[in-house]
Structure formats: structure tokens, C-alpha cells
Design a protein around this ligand. Structure first.
Ligand code: NAD
Length: 261
């Protein structure tokens, strides 16, 4: 049988996809032919405009559904409102940096809720739809911090290690179904959020853009290059292809060698 990467007729729900990696993944899955459900917790004209833009660029159906991934009932409602879910990309995530003895309890709870608990709720709601459709892909956007640690990121590292563990369990529970579950572990990715930090860091260290990127931001990324949202999207599209049908319960690092150190 010829290997196909054509996702026509499939619907992909990508949580936290009105910017950054989530939007990059949505665009790439749309290019591969999947209908798209974008999501975040806001309900602005520009959120819906992003869906319209993807639809007009690629001719797939695309819509935006508001749901707050910090709330379990919203996570489940996202899947129920979409009504169909062949590809679930758990991407929504936040970060807070502080020593563990100073870590604000509300930040800990929010990070665990959005970066870990949300994937439990969406996966629980999506698996019955995938089983009914006879095909499914669960793709969790973890992090190099799902495999290694850094100081001051206790909640983030705990949530990302947690989602890597949950990915393995979902893979085992779906092993005899035509469903796979995997985690993508990005290193440092050049998202608008990261881009916005560069000018301030240039001023703070009196360094060029290149020096800030190479010698401040990417000291743990041996390639000394950011990964891109398009590369995350391409990796997600690969995991949806027939070539990846027997890849399940594992992690794919897209981190310029970070976790090889
Ligand atoms: P980003 O801030 O651009 O994207 C985060 C997305 O999550 C946004 O669309 C935001 O609206 C959404 N979001 C936040 N809180 C939400 C909530 N309560 N409900 C619904 N949506 C919510 O950041 P990003 O860099 O694109 O991060 C996306 C994912 O990739 C995260 O899980 C992050 O941990 C992971 N990641 C990012 C990097 C990186 O270097 N950028 C590296 C490794 C992993």
C-alpha cells in the first residue's frame, strides 16, 4: 500500500492555536488537507479571522471554538462542540519561572491545569470519537522539559514529564485500535512570544541580536538555532501520515540536539 500524507476528510482540533506552535501546526495540517478547529480562551474577531484565513488559503473547512483549557468542563465541551475529532493536538501551555519555595500556588495550579490536566480531559472526550471513526491521532506538544529539567521551572517540568507519561498510557490503551499517541518535544522555538524577548535582552546585555540568540537564549540547544513552528507542524503532519501508523507511545525531540547533551 502506498504511504499517504493526505489528511482530506479528517478533522484536527488543536488546543491553544491562535498563536505560536499551535497555529503553525494548524496551518501545516490544513496544508495536508485536514479540516481545522482552532481554539483559545478568547473570543475575538481576530481569532475567527485566523480560521477564515486558513480556510481561504487551503480550501479546508476551518473554525474557531472558544474554550478555556484551565477548566475541565470547557476541555470536554470543545471536543463535544466540534462533534468530530480524528486528530487531537494538545498544545495549549503557559509558563512561570520561580524557585520552588517562592512558586505562587495559583501559578502552579494553572500550569498543571492547562499543560497537563487539559490533555486528560480532551483525550478522554476524543477517544470515543476516534474509535467510532476507526482512525485517530493524539499528538501532545510536550517539551525538552518533558525529558530533562531546568531550575525554577518546577510546575512546567512536572506537567511536561506528566504529559510524556500520559502519552505512553494512551498509546497502550489504544494499541489495538488504529489510533496512535505520541509527544513532540520541542527545544527553543521562535514564536512571537520568544521573538518579543529579544530586543529587551539585547539592551540588557548590550549584545547584537545574533549574540543574544546564540549566547543567551540557545546555550542548551547545540545547533544554536531556534526550531520553527513550521517544523513542529511538519512533525505533526508526519505523525498523522501512514508512515507513522506504527509509531506510538513515544517522543520525537525537535530540539537541535538539546536532549543529546
Ligand atoms: P504561545 O504563548 O504562542 O501559545 C500558547 C497558546 O496557548 C496560545 O494560543 C494561548 O492563547 C493558548 N492558551 C493559553 N492559555 C490557555 C487557556 N487557558 N485555554 C486555551 N488556550 C490557552 O506559546 P508557544 O510557544 O506556541 O507554546 C505552545 C506549546 O508549546 C506549549 O505547550 C509550550 O509549553 C510548548 N513549547 C514551546 C516551546 C517554545 O520555545 N516556544 C518549547 C517547548 C514547548
Amino acid at each position: 500500500m502506498a504511504i499517504t500524507t493526505d489528511l482530506s476528510g479528517k478533522t484536527a482540533i488543536i488546543t491553544g492555536s491562535n498563536s505560536g506552535i499551535g497555529l503553525g501546526v494548524a496551518r501545516e495540517l490544513a496544508r495536508a488537507g485536514a479540516d481545522i478547529v482552532l481554539n483559545s480562551f478568547t473570543d475575538r474577531d481576530e481569532d475567527h479571522a485566523l480560521a477564515a484565513e486558513i480556510a481561504s488559503e487551503t480550501r479546508v473547512a476551518a473554525r474557531y471554538i472558544k474554550a478555556d483549557m484551565s477548566k475541565g468542563e470547557d476541555c470536554r465541551a470543545l471536543i463535544e462542540t466540534a462533534g468530530t475529532c480524528d486528530i487531537l493536538v494538545n498544545n495549549a501551555g503557559i509558563q512561570h519561572v520561580a524557585a520552588i519555595d517562592q512558586f505562587p500556588v495559583d501559578k502552579w495550579n494553572a500550569i498543571i491545569a492547562i499543560n497537563l490536566n487539559a490533555a486528560f480531559h480532551t483525550t478522554a472526550a476524543a477517544l470515543p470519537l476516534m474509535r467510532k471513526a476507526g482512525w485517530g491521532r493524539v499528538i501532545n506538544i510536550a517539551s525538552a522539559h518533558g525529558l530533562t529539567a531546568s531550575p525554577y521551572k518546577s510546575a512546567y517540568v512536572a506537567a511536561k514529564h506528566g504529559i510524556v507519561g500520559m502519552t505512553k498510557v494512551v498509546a497502550l490503551e489504544t494499541a489495538e485500535d488504529p489510533i496512535t499517541a505520541n509527544a513532540i518535544c520541542p527545544g527553543y522555538v521562535l514564536t512571537p512570544l520568544v521573538e518579543a524577548q529579544i530586543p529587551d535582552t539585547m539592551k540588557e546585555y548590550d549584545m547584537s541580536r545574533e549574540d543574544v540568540i546564540r549566547n543567551v537564549m540557545l546555550t542548551r540547544q547545540p545547533s544554536r538555532e531556534f526550531a520553527t513552528v513550521e517544523q513542529m507542524g511538519g512533525t505533526a503532519a508526519f505523525l498523522c501520515s501512514d508512515a507513522a501508523a506504527q509509531i506510538t507511545g513515544t517522543t520525537i525531540s525537535v530540539d537541535g540536539g538539546w536532549t543529546a547533551l
